[in-house]
Design a protein around this ligand. Structure first.
Ligand code: C2E
Ligand code: MG
Ligand code: MG
Length: 632
């Protein structure tokens, strides 16, 4: 009996079934389809073996039974073709659409099965040669070839919608199958088709369906890859999803010793293992993501771990400062704030980063409001990128008046984005986003370069301008390359560095201050001067002025305005002016809007005035016109 190949195939499938069953599966649609393919192939092989046994013993058996069994085997071949196609279609449509399409093909295959069963079949048995032929076999070949071609056509057509690994695996399966069918057709002694199906299942298993690939080895939870697949599956089946991200990556986690951190991770893992009604994913080093069927389950879980996990202890560090660790939580309730898996993960990650920016608030519940804000931010980000690509970033200049010489000796360069329709986006709307994403580095360079080009091209010194002030973001100062980059730009445009004054704001971090100071020193040696911007905006620190090598201090608009509104503020501004000038620095008052304000600040001895009273920030050519008229 030539059943060795089929028996081998069956053993392979039994092994795969064993390894598959030993592990947890995520609960995906594709997993169900894979199981179906596996069982169908096994059935096909069993029927194949059985048919050979029955044919060999046909003399002792009723002919009807032998033929019926042979036809069952033929029908199962079409069934295998159908499950392969159904599996190939898994990522293409939303679940409901897949079901419709697959159901249609299923119905067609079922009809083909009935037809095959009703058609006559002939049996050939001579020595080792055992096979069937006749109308039922021809119908089977036609059905199988149609399904096979449909699958190949489908994998070629589906484009990016299809998981490339799935496409590859299915194609390999189909090719093995086709080759087996051709060999079997040419040499009827070798019954290869059933074995080829088993090989196809092996390919699927190793390429895509090995549950081990979805499991995080340390915790035994599912991994990040499984998370994406699972959430995709949930959204595709229009099921409700609530997600919770638990992250131990907080402001203090780096201060905690590694062995402690390992203990903490083990403890949190154990706690998470005990949460009921959830799928658990380890999505990053110190991050777990839990997926629930509804918000209530999520809230229960949150209450459970949040109460249990708040730690504070003394580290063995010299100063014995208590280190506290509390996870960050990002909660995405059901109610479709996210439309798909990538968006859901995007939200979890984005809001995690935001949680970390604000250590006070370790829980972030994502509602429609915050989602709308994030979408707005994403849109603005795209606007900035596009404006930079299309050179719609512009620099406006706001003249600065020197009270001693009564001339406009300077200006502040202020960035604007021009929309495609010609309107202007003010920096308040995009600078914070550019800072958050790091885009400010490129944007700041662009502004700086534009100012340098303006100076070279229009030589504003001929109208009495002595220097231009340009804003530097705190984020830019963090980059060690800043000084080199700016001096290179000045070299390129042959700018006298004394014509450049860079405005910095206070930065809280000591580490950053070191880099900032290094940058400042290099640039000061090169010939550039610095201003301290936004003094008086609530976070000012007088020590900062003493410590930092700045030449000018700029009073914030609020501070200037407050001077005219409250007696206390008046004393503060007066005292600050005395102190700053006592240190040999100059003072700029920003936000001066009326003649009275100007007169009063002049009387007080403020060195420079900037404000709407003289001019709003204006385009370069208007600024030149302004200078020609005012600085005569
Ligand atoms: P800032 O550096 O403090 O700039 C002064 C802001 O006050 C400017 O707003 C200016 O138009 C406004 N201002 C000046 N005088 C008056 C006044 O009399 N009344 C009122 N109501 N406002 C006045 P703008 O141009 O909208 O810029 C806002 C902020 O955006 C700037 O504050 C600065 O922090 C940032 N910024 C602007 N351009 C750049 C840039 O190129 N790079 C960086 N990093 N930040 C920039
Ligand atoms: Mg400024
Ligand atoms: Mg300012």
């Amino acid at each position: 009996m030539n059943v060795q190949m089929q028996v081998c195939g069956l053993i392979i499938l039994l092994l795969i079934l064993y390894f598959y069953k030993r592990q947890d599966t995520v609960g995906l649609y594709t997993e169900a389809l894979f199981r179906r393919a596996l069982y169908t192939c096994m059935a096909c092989l069993v029927l194949d073996i059985l048919s050979v046994i029955l044919i060999v013993n046909q003399d002792r058996l009723p002919g009807l039974l032998v033929r019926a069994e042979c036809k069952m085997y033929l029908v199962s071949l079409v069934g295998t073709g159908y499950v392969a196609l159904a599996y190939a279609c898994a990522d293409a449509f939303s679940l409901t659409k897949v079901s419709k399409f697959v159901k249609m093909i299923g119905a067609a295959s079922a009809v083909a099965g009935i037809v095959i069963f009703l058609l006559p079949v002939n049996i050939f048995c001579e020595g080792r040669d055992v096979y069937t032929y006749g109308p039922a076999c021809i119908a089977t070949y036609i059905g199988a070839v149609v399904l096979l071609l449909a699958t190949l056509f489908y994998t070629a057509r589906s484009g990016n919608g299809m998981n490339p690994r799935r496409r590859r695996a299915i194609r390999i399966w189909m090719i093995i199958w086709l080759a087996a069918a051709v060999i079997q057709l040419m040499n009827s002694e070798i019954l290869l088709v059933g074995f080829a199906s088993a090989l196809g299942i092996v390919v699927l298993f190793f390429e895509l369906e090995n549950p081990e690939a979805n499991i995080d080895r340390k915790t035994g939870f599912f991994n990040a890859r499984a998370f994406i697949d699972y959430v995709k599956h949930k959204y595709n089946s229009s099921e409700e999803v609530a997600g919770m991200l638990v992250s131990l990556d907080n402001a203090h986690s780096n201060d905690i010793r590694i062995e402690h951190m390992a203990d903490i991770m083990a403890e949190v893992t154990e706690l998470i293992r005990r949460i009921p009604e959830t799928k658990r994913f380890k999505t990053d080093d110190r991050e777990f993501t839990l997926v629930f069927d509804n918000s209530e389950q999520m809230e229960r879980a949150y209450n459970m771990i949040n109460q249990r996990f708040q730690r504070e202890w003394l580290e063995d560090a010299d100063d014995k400062t208590p280190v506290s660790l509390q996870p960050y939580y990002v909660l995405v309730p059901t109610g479709s704030v996210a439309d798909d898996a990538d968006e859901m993960l995007g939200f979890l990650r984005y809001f995690k980063a935001h949680c970390m920016d604000n250590p006070e608030n370790h829980v972030n519940i994502i509602d429609e409001n915050s989602v709308a804000k994030k979408k707005e931010r994403d849109a603005m980000l795209a606007t900035i990128v596009k404006a930079m690509e299309e050179d719609r970033v512009e620099v406006f200049f706001q003249p600065i008046y020197a009270t001693h010489t009564k001339k406009f000796v300077s200006a502040e360069a202020l960035v604007r984005i021009r929309r495609e329709d010609g309107s202007i986006i003010p920096p308040g709307l995009f600078i914070p986003i550019a800072e958050e994403t790091g885009l400010i580095v490129k944007l700041g360079e662009r502004v700086f370069e534009k100012v340098c080009r303006f100076i070279t091209k229009h030589t504003p010194e001929q109208y009495g301008v002595e220097y231009i002030e340009i804003n530097l973001s705190v984020v830019q100062c963090e980059a060690k390359s800043l000084a080199k980059c700016y001096s290179d730009i000045m070299d390129k445009y042959k700018i006298n560095p004394a014509f450049i004054n860079l405005e910095i704001t206070e930065s809280a971090s000591i580490v950053m201050r070191k880099t900032l100071l290094d940058n400042m020193k290099t640039l000061i040696n090169y010939g550039v001067s610095f201003s301290l911007d936004d003094f008086g905006n609530g976070q000012s620190n007088l020590n900062y002025i003493v410590d930092m090598p700045v030449h000018i201090v700029k009073f914030d608009r609020d501070m200037t305005q407050a001077y005219f509104e409250s007696e206390k503020a008046r004393y503060v501004l007066q005292a600050a002016t005395d102190m700053i000038q006592g240190l040999g620095l100059k003072v700029v008052a920003e936000g001066v809007e009326t003649a009275e304000q100007l007169r009063e600040l002049e009387r007080l001895g403020i060195d420079y005035i900037q404000g709407y009273y003289f001019s709003k920030p204006i385009e370069a050519d208007r600024y030149l016109e302004f200078l020609k008229v005012k600085n005569v």
